[in-house]
Every structure is written in structure tokens, then in C-alpha cells.
Design a protein around this ligand. Structure first.
Ligand code: MG
Length: 252
């Protein structure tokens, strides 16, 4: 199933995307729910970020090809940081270029959406906690990162965490092509099989640090080819079997 969250002009709902039609989800997405018999056209709704996390947990330097291009050693343990929920934005929205920023970078990343309360689990059980996967862009004010020991400033501006367009369930995410495209030109082109730390390992590792709640998001690092975005750019993260997440860079 491809789960979306949308505004129909009256209210916000979750729904199932079937081709270009949307059936709303009635009940609790993370518990018992059913699909409405009524459907809307995709062009009749506004897509929103597909979940509402209490936190976005981020992994730094998790692709072999990215570590090679940066000439950095392979980390022995995951590099972990957080983005605040206020940085989240949905498909089709603007990424705002902050006035403090002189270099704004894209980072295409696979996002894991957690489906149940997850604490102290082992890797072999970790995929039971996954609702599905979506696309994300770990937008970074690169010039602010070196003086920012914990990366919080560089990673946390409003609109610095686009996610969407849908949560793809029932897919395996360990061998998916991942691309970043600016104005039609491919800038990143890799595969999730390049990850240093696997999805089950990351969920287990993080679950032994903090409780991860339904709807929480783990973004899993970016492959090689990181680079800058400029105002006016249309920036797309495309992941096989999930879809395309496009946002426009603007000055405000
Ligand atoms: Mg990143």
C-alpha cells in the first residue's frame, strides 16, 4: 500500500493511493483502520508530509560511496543526530534558503517510518516495527555546520526536512535505487545496498537509546554526490518503489 496524508479542503486525512485515486483511511493508521469506499482524484487533494513524527532521527555518513568521496574512515558506530518536527515539510512545498546560509546542500535519503512503539529490540525483530518507507531530503546549511559541534543549527531550520510523497509498505528497502535530481539533472545516483549500517541494525541500535514512537522517522544517510541548491531550483528525491519528492528552493 502507498499511504499518503492529505488535505481535501475540509480536513486532513490519511489515505491509500491507488494509481491516481485516493481512498481515505478511517480509524487509526497505527492500529485498526479500514479504507473508505469513496475515492477522490489525486488532483483534488493537497499532499502533506505523510506522517507526524515526534522526532526525526538522522544517521550521518552511512553510505560507503559517500565515505569514499569524502575521504573519511568508515564509522565503527552510527553517527546520530536529530532534526526537530518543525523542520518537516511535505511534497511540493518550498525549502526556504535562510539568510544566515551561504551554501545550502541537498542530501537524498531513505526514510524509515516506524509503525509501533519500539524500545530495546534486537535486529532480527526490527523490521516488525516498520510501517513503511518514504523519501527525504536532509537539507543542510553547510557553511554553518563546521562551527556547529552538534550540527543542530545547520540541520534544523524550518523546511529543512522534506518528506514524502507516500509511505510505501510491504517493500524491502535494502536494494533500492536512490537519486537526487535538480531541474532534471541527476546529482546523486546510488542504491540503498551501499549502506554501511543496515536498516534492522539502525532500528535496534536506536531503540536501545530512545523509545521510538509510531510515526517517528529515521533518515538513513545520504550517498555520494552531495552538493548545493540555489534559489529557484526544483529538487527531487526519487527512490525506487516509493516515488518522487519534489520541493522548490526559495529565499522566503
Ligand atoms: Mg544526512
Amino acid at each position: 500500500m502507498k499511504i499518503i496524508r492529505f488535505w481535501d479542503g475540509n480536513k486532513v486525512s490519511y489515505g491509500s493511493l491507488e494509481n491516481d485515486m485516493v481512498r481515505s483511511i478511517e480509524g487509526d493508521l497505527y492500529g485498526d483502520y479500514s479504507l473508505s469506499n469513496k475515492s477522490l482524484g489525486l488532483n483534488e487533494v493537497q499532499l502533506l508530509a505523510p506522517c507526524e513524527p515526534t522526532k526525526v532521527i538522522c544517521i550521518g555518513l552511512n553510505y560507503y560511496d559517500h565515505a569514499r568521496e569524502m575521504n573519511l574512515p568508515i564509522p565503527k558506530e552510527p553517527i546520530v543526530f536529530l532534526k526537530p518536527p518543525s523542520s518537516i515539510t511535505g511534497p511540493g512545498t518550498n525549502i526556504i534558503y535562510p539568510h544566515q546560509c551561504t551554501r545550502l546542500d541537498y542530501e537524498a535519503e531513505l526514510a524509515i517510518v516506524i509503525g509501533s512503539v519500539t524500545k530495546n529490540i534486537e535486529p532480527e525483530d526490527a523490521l516488525d516495527s516498520v510501517l513503511g518507507y518514504t523519501c527525504s531530503n536532509d537539507v543542510t546549511a553547510r557553511n554553518l555546520q563546521p562551527k556547529d559541534g552538534q550540527w543542530t543549527v545547520a540541520k534544523s531550520f524550518d523546511t529543512f526536512c522534506p518528506i514524502g510523497p507516500c509511505i510505501a509498505t510491504d517493500i524491502s528497502a535494502d536494494n533500492l535505487n536512490i537519486k537526487l535530481i535538480i531541474n532534471g539533472e541527476i546529482k546523486q545516483n546510488s542504491n540503498t545496498s551501499q549502506m554501511i549500517f543496515s536498516i534492522p541494525f539502525l532500528i535496534s541500535y536506536l531503540s536501545k537509546i530512545m523509545t521510538i514512537f509510531p510515526g517517528d522517522v529515521i533518515i538513513t544517510g545520504t550517498p555520494s554526490g552531495v552538493g548545493p541548491m540555489e534559489p529557484g531550483d526544483a529538487v527531487t528525491v526519487e527512490i525506487e518503489n516509493i516515488g518522487k519528492l519534489t520541493n522548490i528552493v526559495t529565499l522566503k
